[in-house]
Design a binder for this molecule. Sequence first.
Ligand SMILES: NC(=O)c1ccc[n+]([C@@H]2O[C@H](COP(=O)([O-])OP(=O)(O)OC[C@H]3O[C@@H](n4cnc5c(N)ncnc54)[C@H](O)[C@@H]3O)[C@@H](O)[C@H]2O)c1
Length: 333
Amino acid sequence: MAERPNLVLAMSPDILDLVLPAPLRTRLDELTHAHPVPLTDWNDPATQDLLAGAELLFTGWGCPPIDAALLARAPRLAAVIHAAGTVKGHVRPEVWQRGITVSSAADANAIPVIEYTLATVWLAARRSLGAAADYRTGRYPDFQQRRGADGAVVGVIGASRIGRGVIAGLLAAAADFRVLLADPYVSAAEAAELGAELVDFDDLCAGSDIVTVHAPDLPETHHLLDARRLRLLRDGAAVINTARGRLIDTEALTRECAAARIDAYLDVTEPEPLPAGHPLHTLPNVLLTPHIAGCQGTEVRRLGAYAVDEVHRWVHGEPLQGTVQADDLARIA
Ligand SMILES: NC(=O)c1ccc[n+]([C@@H]2O[C@H](COP(=O)([O-])OP(=O)(O)OC[C@H]3O[C@@H](n4cnc5c(N)ncnc54)[C@H](O)[C@@H]3O)[C@@H](O)[C@H]2O)c1
């Protein structure tokens, strides 16, 4: 094995033990000279020598921006390995411009979002929220009123890593789903290979029983589901959003849900958090969760494990698996 590189941790101390529980910490220490305390402030005079020698930055939630000022203090920095999803919050363009490798654990973070979305598709297909609300008022459904998932049309917005995982999960199920896909970066042939039918956004809205949103938050995806497209949804349809709140016009969605025309399952909103007293908190046909679809609690170690595997690959001269290229930033999360 090559000489162990100097590694600096940069993340909120609150999450360190979740990201790097003892066995992962031991692996990291075997692979690198890792400073034990995570940094949260590049300006701390006590850390300047550490930064001057840093070859790898192992980052997580709470990492300060990696900008030109930090790079000037870290002339040996060769790679930023992020133990979480998007790097857009903290990695600035100068990092790529200096030829520093950037890796993210977005693949690992995608897995629970895919599973959470799939679980929600089955809840939505059964119109579970309405059934639960009826049940609370003493109504018990007869057989004619019960809905199932078989044959439901699911519209997937975005063949992102999460969108593709959702499509694969839907097609692996016994429920005989038909899957529509809208994504300007995917051809009809690629969609067919995924097992989906490529349509435009309007046709997806008009033709789906359940619409699930998986595109990144980009200028062109802002309010992708606006008032007009939400009106295209079938009566009784459901919208699932585990992507970002800005992709849906929250107030237009609130109106549709308040009219009991559609149901919504929202892990993300705009704004987030949604203010107390907002109608989405109390509508019986809306399930609102506080951005919990990605890695949570005991699952956070998966992000650390992915990032430690990346460090292993780096140290052994192998290609990284989660590399983020500057050219892709305009179309990725
Ligand atoms: N709720 C959570 O906890 C949680 C966790 C992780 C990710 N997310 C969100 O989930 C979404 C998907 O994340 P990901 O890592 O799979 O994304 P990703 O980076 O893999 O997505 C990139 C792909 O999205 C598609 N895309 C780009 N622009 C599009 C457009 N205008 N319309 C439709 N599709 C478009 C393209 O196929 C592109 O290749 C993002 O919004 C992300 O922020 C949420």
